[in-house]
Design a protein around this ligand. Structure first.
Ligand code: Q9C
Ligand code: ZN
Length: 509
């Protein structure tokens, strides 16, 4: 029997500060009330929270900093104000040290529950958030870096070799980046409102060309949003064309999510336009990595309506409910495509799935004249490249009402790849998937197909090798040929004009 699928941890001690108008206790109370009212809380296993110990906090912070924060409950309000002034955009309440220890402890309880197999995945609803806090500094409403501590803890306590941190909060989690920038065992992905450094925290370090240092080069992925108003299509496009291929190549043993919902519509900080149901998709797309071991920890999210809906979408997806139809997605905007192109180029030296990125369309337009590759892909990495680069984006744009998946005998597709495919395709059509198996004596295949259809996480693909050049070329050729009609296949900001040019040439010749 598979373990219960979702844990909910909730830090109950509340602090509020007149100085901070948006990071308010209602963020937690209203989220929790709604989870109870909708019956979602009842379907989760509740795990008690605990305080993180000093030793655990020191996994991501300096002793001097911890000692300084320890004194805050005893300070006069005046001293607290003085203490606060040395940091950026953070407010200290006499209670916040206690709350911050519980927030970090909740993240650790969640990691314990998932790593011991008590539950498959879960979400910790905590305050204060964590991803801005640095080794020796509070910042951006954050005191201790809950997710960074959790990643270190998972490595230390469970010997986890690779941790993927996905930060979909709309701010750059610079604290997480700094903690792991030279560490190849932690892959940190963040998208964030950037506006060419005009948006808080105004760091050069948040741009796409900051990829990590030394051994950690390539393991820090920044996607800067240079315009506000990004929509579902922009987010999903970055998942298909950057995060997912790299994440599958990385092959994490554990996925942690800095789950901030200020990236949703209506948020006063983010000013983006993605709807709460996009978080069901983001969550779902990560749920077949690491054998389903996913821990989401709340970060930002300041529009109560949007926050609560987004939290519910995330929890509901973690529980295994079908994800909503990705209805009426707009094509990614030019600014998003420019960011996408920059990130892919910046990382092409580090990830074989991006090796071909940034090769100019002109080169490919010449390649159009060559013969088409006859068969499908020859191996797993080529196949996954086709899934993320072609199949998923096409699915999102087409929005089918039913997915029919046909498998012929001797397909050459491995069991885990087959399961991944079934899992990923359940992003569409409310999960209505019809599998047609034309098999000989493969009883085991029927079992593992059923298991995937029931929503069990797929086995990992192991660390992927570089795809064969001929596979990559065939996929890219197809992608370039189709992207005039299927905008979700675009990965560069310049395609529309080039495609136009190619069309003209075709008309002339
Ligand atoms: N003074 C999180 O979402 N706001 N933190 C700066 C200009 C700081 C956000 C506004 C926002 C911090 C976890
Ligand atoms: Zn934020």
């Amino acid at each position: 029997p598979s373990p219960p699928v979702c844990t909910l941890l909730f830090t109950s001690l509340l602090h509020s500060l007149p100085a901070c108008k948006i990071e308010v206790p209602e963020r937690l109370t209203v989220s929790h009330e709604t989870l109870v009212r909708t019956g979602l809380a009842d379907r989760c296993v509740s795990v008690p929270v605990r305080e993180a110990t000093d030793a655990e906090i020191l996994l991501a912070h300096s002793e001097e900093y911890l000692e300084a924060v320890k004194k805050t409950p005893y300070m006069s309000l005046e001293d607290l104000m003085e203490f606060t002034r040395q940091y950026g955009d953070v407010y200290f309440h006499p209670n916040i040290y206690h709350c911050a220890k519980l927030a970090a402890g909740a993240a650790l309880q969640l990691v314990d529950s998932v790593m011991t197999g008590k539950v498959r995945n879960g979400m910790a609803l905590v305050r204060p958030p964590g991803h801005h806090s640095m080794r020796s500094a509070a910042n951006g409403f954050c005191v201790f870096n809950n997710v960074a501590i959790a990643a270190q803890y998972a490595k230390q306590k469970y010997g986890v070799q690779r941790v993927l941190i996905v930060d979909w909060d709309i701010h750059h989690g610079q604290g997480v980046q700094y903690c792991f920038e030279d560490d190849p065992s932690v892959l940190y992905f963040s998208w964030h409102r950037y506006e060419h450094q005009k948006f808080w925290p105004h760091l050069r370090d948040s741009d796409y060309d900051i990829v990590g240092k030394e051994k950690g080069a390539g393991f820090n992925i920044n996607v800067p949003w240079n315009k506000v108003g990004m929509e579902n299509g922009d987010y999903l496009s970055v998942f298909c064309h950057v995060l997912l291929p790299v994440a599958y190549e990385f092959c994490p043993d554990l996925v942690l999510v800095c789950a901030g919902f200020d990236s949703a519509i209506g948020d006063p900080e983010g000013e983006m336009c993605a709807t709460p149901d996009v978080f069901a998709h983001l969550t779902h797309l990560l749920m077949n990595l690491a054998g389903g071991k996913l821990c989401a920890v709340l970060e930002g999210g300041y529009n109560l309506t949007s926050l609560v809906q987004s939290v519910c979408q995330t929890v509901q997806t973690l529980l295994g409910d079908p994800v909503p139809r990705p209805a009426s997605l707009k094509s990614p905007c030019i600014s998003a495509l420019e960011s996408l192109q920059c990130v892919r180029s910046a990382h092409k030296a580090y990830w074989s799935c991006l090796k071909h990125a940034g090769n100019h369309n002109r080169a490919f337009s010449r390649a159009f004249k060559g013969p088409e590759a006859a068969g499908g892909c020859s191996d797993t990495s080529g196949f996954t490249q086709a899934v993320f680069g072609l199949l998923l984006p096409l699915g999102y744009e087409y929005d089918p009402g039913l997915v029919v998946l046909v498998r012929m005998p001797d397909s050459g597709v491995s069991d885990s790849l087959w399961q991944q495919l079934i899992g990923l395709l359940q992003s569409f059509a409310l999960g209505h998937t019809l599998v047609v198996l034309q098999v000989r004596e493969e009883k085991a295949l029927i079992g593992l197909t059923a298991s995937s259809l029931l929503g069990n996480p797929a086995a990992s693909l192991k660390q992927l090798q570089a795809p064969l050049t001929e596979d990559t070329e065939a996929i890219e050729k197809l992608r370039h040929r189709l992207q005039a009609d299927w905008k979700f296949l675009q990965t560069t900001g310049e395609c529309s004009s080039i495609t136009f040019e190619i069309n003209i040439n075709i008309h002339r010749s």
